[in-house]
Design a binder for this molecule. Structure first.
Ligand SMILES: Cc1cc2nc3c(=O)[nH]c(=O)nc-3n(C[C@H](O)[C@H](O)[C@H](O)COP(=O)(O)OP(=O)(O)OC[C@H]3O[C@@H](n4cnc5c(N)ncnc54)[C@H](O)[C@@H]3O)c2cc1C
Length: 322
């Protein structure tokens, strides 16, 4: 059996259930399993960076395929007795001792604590041909794949206020940048100065389609039919936390202060406003890359272990007193 097919069976009770098995969830589970906590990672198997060839900017693992990094993480969690189970969580409710977590396939599991690391969905503008190239030559993040598209003809598709910042980061990587105003805010005179000073050409009007040939992107088509030759598109996405299943716990995703999407608020240790529920990675920090998501998962895992230790001390003191 290959690692992909290996799927631990789900017990009835765990100290901690981790919702989502990306970098954040697996690193959280690793800390918990190494602390001799019973832990199950339940994962729907769709990490955000799945379309990318490699994980970049991650010290010691730069360029490793995302699937390989996660396969290593699952093996590490399992090597300490943690369970990693395929499945989609659809609901969670509070019980006397913690939570009951429901899966789409009808299974359910109990846990004393819940760590939410389900990541986010990138919502792309509705432009013909854009989604098909997502993560290859339609990119969002200069640190993830900027180096890979350096010196190419890049078109920055403005979709919100961050476009002016994003375009200058891509300008660091290529001299050949066109700023498409598309759906972005109206440019001020100062914006125009900042773009012109760095040799960034501005094209106004709506983009309606990404033109491709067998090799990749060839241009961006405007509403008036003009095609501007480009072979990479940089675009900001609307980033929406994958957290609908937390509704019954009173923990809905809320609007992000930047206007960039929706997230689950948590403190720097991952603690949410709902006792017993922690969150880490992109579900709470929309700008976290893989390293930051893993670090936040590790922090939350350690904090949950400490919280459980405190609960156990209280129970032991009470038992001793009686
Ligand atoms: C195209 C692209 C390329 C990128 N390249 C890089 C890069 O080069 N370097 C870098 O550092 N970062 C990169 N990133 C960012 C990177 O994807 C994130 O930082 C990282 O995935 C966040 O990890 P996470 O664990 O929070 O979420 P994810 O990796 O998204 O993992 C969440 C997991 O939870 C699962 N899940 C969701 N809902 C449920 C549910 N209800 N029940 C059970 N499981 C569920 C998902 O299926 C998924 O497996 C890239 C992003 C994109 C979009």
């Amino acid at each position: 059996m290959t690692e992909q097919l290996a799927n631990d069976s789900l017990d009835n009770d765990y100290d901690v259930v981790v919702a989502g098995g990306g970098a954040a969830g697996l690193n959280g589970a690793l800390m918990l399993a190494r602390s001799r906590r019973t832990v199950a990672v339940i994962d729907a198997g769709e990490p955000r960076n799945a379309p990318a060839d490699g994980v970049h900017g991650l010290l010691g693992r730069d360029g490793m395929p995302p699937a390989e990094l996660l396969a290593r993480g699952r093996a590490e969690v399992r090597s300490y007795g943690g369970h990693v189970v395929s499945g989609e969580i659809t609901g969670a409710t509070r019980t006397e001792h913690g939570f009951t977590i429901e899966l789409a396939d009808g299974r359910s599991v109990r846990a004393r604590r819940l760590l939410v690391t389900t990541g986010l969905t990138d919502e792309l503008p509705d432009i013909t041909g854009l989604r098909e190239r997502w993560g290859r030559d339609v990119v969002h993040c200069p640190y993830c794949h900027g180096w890979e598209v350096r010196d190419r003809a890049i078109g920055l598709l403005a979709t919100g206020p961050m476009a002016m910042h994003q375009v200058q980061l891509f300008r660091q990587l290529s001299d050949d940048i066109v700023f498409f105003t598309h759906d972005g805010p109206e440019l001020t005179a100062e914006d125009g100065e900042r773009l012109a000073a760095r040799g960034i050409r501005v094209v106004t009007g709506k983009v309606t389609a990404v033109e491709t040939d067998g090799e990749g992107i060839t241009g961006l088509r405007l509403a008036d039919g003009t095609v501007v030759a480009r072979n990479v598109v940089a675009v900001g996405t609307r980033m929406v936390a994958r957290a609908g299943f937390l509704g019954d716990l009173g923990l809905p995703a809320i609007a992000h202060p930047t206007g960039a999407g929706r997230y689950i608020p948590a403190d720097p240790t991952g603690r949410t406003e709902v006792p017993g529920v922690w969150a880490a990675g992109n579900v709470t920090d929309i700008s976290a890359q893989v390293g930051a998501a893993a670090a936040a998962g590790a922090m939350a895992g350690a904090q949950i272990n400490a919280d459980l230790v405190e609960e156990e001390i209280r129970a032991a003191v009470d038992a001793r007193a009686s």
